[in-house]
Ligand binder design. Sequence first.
Ligand code: SF4
Ligand code: SF4
Length: 198
Amino acid sequence: MMNEKNYKIVVEDDYPKSNWDIFKQIIKRSLKGELLVGLKITIGIFYRTLFKNESATVHYPKEKLPLSPRYRAVHKLLRLLESENERCIGCGLCEKICISKCIKMDTRIDENSRKEVLEYTINMGRCIFCGYCAEVCPELAIVHGQRYENASEQRAHFTLKEDILTPKNSLKWQIEYDGFGSVSKDADKKIKKTPLSY
Ligand code: SF4
Ligand code: SF4
């Protein structure tokens, strides 16, 4: 418990009382070098950064910090590696589960009676990167990529299907994701073949 005996009384009786006193205090402190201490530190850091390459900061955007493989940024729509077809089958699950209601898609049935995804847009101004769309996708078609530079001048800004779909000529760089929901390495062996008659 504190009582008066524990208090230390600080006596400050050398406050400058006039402009002349202030001037004298400035000169006294300057001559003691206090003014130059900060400058010395600044010049030291400047020298180490410029000549010894010991920069403490990342030179963004030329340099970027490494991202975790689990980092979830702007979405990607993937293709099948073998056939190069789009993985998305237009089931609409991602659109339905999205809690921000920011996915919109347009589909049609093509001449082969297959569903074709005509448009697929995500309003990045609304997306909260919750990952539900990627988690619910039965085809592993939509995933989160690592592109985080999606600043915009407008609150509502959209990624279009062509912005996030893997181009065919970049398919060899498409990353396949391990982990929950991904295809296991022995998936082919596990698959149950449909009998021809039953
Ligand atoms: S990450 Fe979440 S909010 Fe963003 S599009 Fe997917 S489901 Fe919607
Ligand atoms: S859940 Fe997957 S397959 Fe279904 S519409 Fe969305 S991206 Fe396409």
